[in-house]
Design a protein around this ligand. Structure first.
Ligand code: HSE
Length: 422
């Protein structure tokens, strides 16, 4: 059987999909008896025509030439972002075409609308590449774990930030230097703020929430904190305490509610997530009855991600029908109501009585301290003091830091990093 595809977007992933489809076409045919033919490729950037020419593929700058082509069965959208990607996908579905997309930002915001339309039209929207690049996570959850209840998700869902935190710690390099390296390697988004500020992870967490819990969360309600405030100092102190700092996307089912958040997190070095290096992604699931599972692999980059895009094309070739998880009614928990342990770094004057002042405020805010370490000795100067708390409420920590940071003995705003006991 022949399936004709039109590919919109010849960036890192789009170009790699074209190359992989050429390179592996005989392997795919041998395994599936499907022949996937690229009927046309499109990019608004005329300079990308040479990518198409090198692979002898018809090129256009007009996406509607592909969307309106009656010979094309599947539109592959790989331009990313909301506009105009949303219009292309809606139009393709309205024209009766199945769709494959890697667009996490679009699905996180408009997934409900897009999947509903696909269902109405009895068409399929493949989105394996939207979360964790090459890892077959979407099919793993929606098919492999169809008989499971997922209770918790802990994910390293963003390759760029994992690469930055890993390289900073391993090679003692500055944040901005490592960010440049990640951009050169093609992991980062066009606008790397989406990676750094945790927004890319939030988008992916929303897609996983739909798969695992049956809700499309309101993006604005998911707490997002990025990695830009993480210093070499914190990475070093965390290491001394047998922790690594990871940007974790966390989801926990708590009775009828859902705790969803993305933030830098201290993870014990004994946990497999602590070992995830470079731009790799990993998702650790706590489920019933399958127990704990770990998905691991390349989370970004053209070639690895092309594998997921092609697997969706093949699923459509096999007649996959619209995916629709029954929606559930779950409320989101505000992070201020979440209770956890905290790493706090104060930059405080090395004078007698300073610790007493800090402790007094912490006690008045119900914060119980598990350990305190002063990292340097510089009488009369600012030095780092590291505290680890017992489990306390986020609202109490914020209240305490609001008061402590106003003390004249405190230099810069205090740093907090949440600890997850996985
Ligand atoms: N910018 C993303 C990342 C690419 O760094 O993981 C894959 O979604």
């Amino acid at each position: 059987m022949v399936k004709c595809v039109g590919i919109i977007g010849l960036g890192t992933v789009g170009a790699a999909v074209c190359q992989s489809l050429k390179k592996y076409s005989s392997l795919i045919s041998r395994r599936t008896s499907l022949r996937i033919e690229i009927k046309g490729v499109c990019d608004v950037n005329k300079d990308r025509k040479k990518i198409a020419s090198n692979l002898s593929l018809p090129f256009t700058t007009d996406p509607f030439k592909l969307i309106n082509d009656p010979d094309i069965d599947i539109i592959v959208e790989l331009i990313g972002g909301i506009d105009p990607a949303k219009d292309f996908i809606i139009e393709a579905l309205n024209k009766g075409k199945n769709v494959v997309t890697a667009n996490k930002a679009l699905l996180a915001k408009y997934g409900d609308e897009i999947f509903s339309l696909a269902r109405e039209k009895n068409l399929y929207v493949g989105f394996e590449a939207s979360v964790c690049g090459a890892i077959p996570l979407i099919k793993g959850i929606s098919e492999g774990l169809v008989a499971c209840q997922v209770n918790k998700i802990y994910g390293i869902l963003n390759g760029t930030t994992n690469y930055i935190l890993y390289k900073m710690g391993k090679d003692n390099l500055d944040f901005s230097f490592v960010l440049c390296q990640a951009q050169k390697k093609g992991f980062a988004e066009v606008n790397p703020t989406l990676d750094i500020a945790g927004i890319d992870s939030v988008n992916k967490l929303c897609i996983l929430s739909y798969l695992c819990f049956g809700i499309w969360p309101n993006l604005e309600k998911v707490y997002a904190e990025g990695i830009s405030k993480i210093s070499l100092l914190d990475i070093g102190y965390a290491r001394q305490m047998n922790y690594r700092i990871k940007l974790l996307a966390i989801a926990k089912r708590e009775r009828g509610s859902l705790d969803l958040r993305v933030h830098p997190t201290l993870v014990s070095i004994d946990h497999p997530l602590a070992e995830v290096s470079l731009a790799y992604n990993a998702v650790y699931l706590d489920t019933e009855p399958a127990g704990q599972l770990l998905f691991y692999g390349a989370g970004a980059g053209g070639e690895p991600t092309s594998s997921s895009v092609i697997s969706d094309i093949v699923s459509i070739g096999f007649g996959a029908k619209h995916f629709m998880r029954k929606k559930e009614s779950i409320t989101l928990i505000n992070i201020k109501d979440v209770t956890m342990r905290y790493y706090i770094r104060f930059m405080s004057k090395d004078n007698p009585g300073v610790l007493a002042k800090i402790s007094k405020i912490l006690a008045s805010c119900n914060i119980s301290i598990a350990s305190v370490t002063q990292k340097e000795r510089k009488k009369g100067k600012f030095v780092p003091i590291i505290m680890i708390t017992h489990k306390v409420k986020e609202a109490d920590i914020r209240r305490a830091l609001g008061q402590i940071d106003r003390l004249s003995v405190i230099d810069s705003p205090s740093q907090i990093i949440r600890i997850e006991d996985l």
